[in-house]
Design a binder for this molecule. Structure first.
Ligand code: GCB
Length: 611
């Protein structure tokens, strides 16, 4: 079956991207939900740990009917003559949002199904549509409401919403969510990665209430190449598709009127003179989108991003991306997936302290708060999907899954001025099937959003012992020659940085998406001894020396801001399940290399200011 046929089936909900089939797919994503009328379902949920999926399949492994499955949310106490082998009421709780691995010691390595239940009161309102919105749940989710399944979603890091209009009852409602984080060969990411496979409902859950026809989505950014023309569109959802819609930016006295068509869509362009968003001046404007039946407010910034030769241009001026890579993990040894504003402010605060104007949010879309806080703090963002290492390049379902994650990432964050790079992959192996897969994703990203740069973290290749390049065929299709470098850690020892040189065949900005090495905070020793702060410090110093000889270098995002959990890192007393390449330890201690990087970024900033 070709890709188009699969996508058609997917769109029709007839094809499963994951382990489950038959349940409806989510409704199109509603953006900017925080600005809407919502009912939070966060808090303590009852849970059942179900490694054999007893609540979903019968003993012949056939899916159970809803009324016999755990979606029924039966209450043993209501009829003790009936045979039940589960009871949410007497089982234990987990916090939502939150990964399960760090909430209960026996779930530390757990990969499988956990059932979540929330019984909550609700009073349906007249003329109101309701959606059940998940910020994210890792990896495969099936949700059921008041005894019946309502839908399924695949992918651990993007938001999804099911329409539940007419399905919420007046009074107590039962919401059951089956979350399964089993790694899958055909999954995105696939079986192996270098981060913890945190399972669970890892981001907030809410009921979103909207008018019968509402503003589901909109795009408003500067038109590519222009600093005084905005281009965008609005998309209404509902029966009253044709409406007058006004876009207002009160601070600029701007009012633009459009009329949506029979599909609820209207494109627009207008001239204006906004103050531009930049790391030094992260200006955001209140924007109102007012339809006849609905209105929504956002805070939006305007800036241009582009490249010219080997330079990255922000608002038409050359900028060096002083970045750092970040995993979405809580700071200060709290453990687990980060999700709150406080987590975001701490992690991004460290990036600011390092001297950053840029962060690479690796290796999957982070929570929306992270992106919004970064925008407010003046940090440009590289955002990526978990197409990592060895995805099944030939599998059309894997492609459809990756593309859906890309679509949902772009849908959610396309109005954020700080997002400047969409990245489609990390360290993927050369080959025809992979090239086809990734160029299709690049095409999709450019179709959805022509205003930003598109890239992927590639790998380096040796021309000879002392000359390195990037030979990846993908370099032709992306805007940046970005690659993970690692001379002196996976490739020789630190001194090698002094001996090698770089050359690039294509004239594009060079971007080091990763480099670095590991050290245990407070572990001291000889510069040649791995895992000491001295080795790491020396490696950073020599890497910087090498970067200063690198033609066309336009940015770096060292690996990584903070030590993060990974089951690949097994050496006791040194790694203890942590990747130790953090500039900051898991407990928040700054390693010597942090200050090396901080000094270098300080120098670059001074040079730029003097220009
Ligand atoms: C890489 C990967 C990153 C790993 C890192 C490492 O190249 O992109 O996910 O964590 O190396 O520490 O090995």
């Amino acid at each position: 079956m070709d890709r188009k046929a699969v996508l058609t089936l997917l769109a029709a909900g007839l094809f499963s991207t994951g382990a489950f089939a038959g349940e409806p797919l989510p409704a199109p994503q509603i953006i900017n939900v925080e600005a809407r009328q919502t009912v939070s379902l966060d808090g303590l949920w009852k849970t059942i740990v179900d490694p054999y999926e007893n609540g979903y399949y019968d003993y012949r492994r056939a899916p159970l009917r809803d009324r016999s499955s755990y979606f029924a949310d039966d209450d043993f106490n209501s009829d003790r003559t009936k045979l039940y082998e589960y009871n949410f009421n007497t089982d234990r709780t987990l916090n939502v949002p939150g990964d399960w691995n760090t909430q209960r010691p026996e779930l530390y390595y757990y990969e499988g199904t956990v059932w979540y239940r929330n019984r909550f009161p609700y009073h349906p309102k007249e003329n109101t549509r309701t959606f059940l919105y998940f910020g994210a749940a890792n990896y495969e989710t099936v949700a059921g409401l008041n005894g019946s399944k309502i839908g399924r979603h695949t992918g651990g890091y993007t938001p999804f919403n099911f329409e539940v209009t007419g399905k919420l009852v007046d009074g107590e409602n039962s919401l059951i969510v089956k979350v399964d984080n089993k790694r899958l060969a055909e999954g995105v990411p696939t079986l192996n990665s270098d981060w913890w496979n945190y399972g669970g409902i890892t981001r907030s859950v809410m009921i979103v209430e909207t008018p019968m026809t509402f503003v589901r989505d909109y795009f408003l950014q500067l038109k590519k190449g222009s600093s005084n023309v905005a281009a965008g569109w609005v998309q209404l959802d509902g029966e009253q598709a044709e409406q007058d819609v006004t876009i207002e930016i009160p601070e600029l006295g701007l009012v633009k009127k459009v009329r949506t068509d029979a599909s609820g869509y209207a494109g627009f362009e207008f001239r204006f003179r906004p103050e531009l968003w930049s790391p030094e001046h992260p200006k955001l404007y209140e924007v109102r989108i007012i339809a006849e039946t609905d209105s929504i407010t956002d805070r939006i910034g305007f800036r241009t991003i582009g490249t010219k030769g080997t330079k990255i241009l922000l608002n038409g001026r050359e900028v060096f991306c002083r970045g750092v890579s970040i995993h979405e993990e809580k700071p200060y040894g709290m453990g687990g997936r980060a999700w709150s504003e406080e987590h975001a402010r701490t992690l991004l605060g460290w990036a600011k302290e390092l001297g950053c104007n840029f962060v690479r949010l690796a290796h999957y879309p982070h929570n929306e708060t992270m992106v919004r806080v970064a925008e407010e703090m003046g940090l440009m963002v590289w955002s990526e999907i978990p197409v990592y290492w060895t995805i099944q390049w030939e599998n059309p379902q894997t492609y459809a899954n990756a593309e859906a994650q890309l679509r949902d990432m772009i849908t959610r964050d396309k109005n954020r001025a700080n997002v400047v790079v969409w990245s489609v992959a990390n360290e993927t192996p050369h080959g025809d099937a992979r090239l086809k897969f990734l160029t299709s994703l690049i095409g999709k990203a450019r179709d959805m959003d022509p205003t930003r740069l598109v890239s992927a973290a590639m790998e380096k290749d040796y021309i000879n012992d002392s000359l390195i390049t990037v030979k990846d065929e993908l370099a032709e299709y992306v805007d940046l020659i970005s690659f993970n470098e690692y001379v002196g850690w996976y490739d020789g020892t630190s001194e090698k940085c002094d001996r090698v040189n770089w050359t690039f065949g294509i004239e594009k900005p060079v971007f080091i998406s990763e480099f670095g090495g590991g050290a245990v905070y407070g572990r001291h020793g000889d510069v040649n001894e791995r895992f000491t702060e001295e080795y790491m410090e020396d490696l950073y110093e020599r890497s910087i020396g090498m970067f200063e000889r690198m033609p066309g270098l336009a940015g770096t995002t060292p690996w990584v801001l903070k030590d993060f959990r990974s089951p690949r890192r097994q050496m006791r007393d040194i790694q203890d399940d942590y990747n130790r390449k953090g500039l900051v330890s898991d407990q928040g201690g700054k390693k010597k290399a942090f200050y090396v990087m901080q000094r270098w970024y300080g120098k670059i900033r001074e040079k730029e200011a003097a220009r």
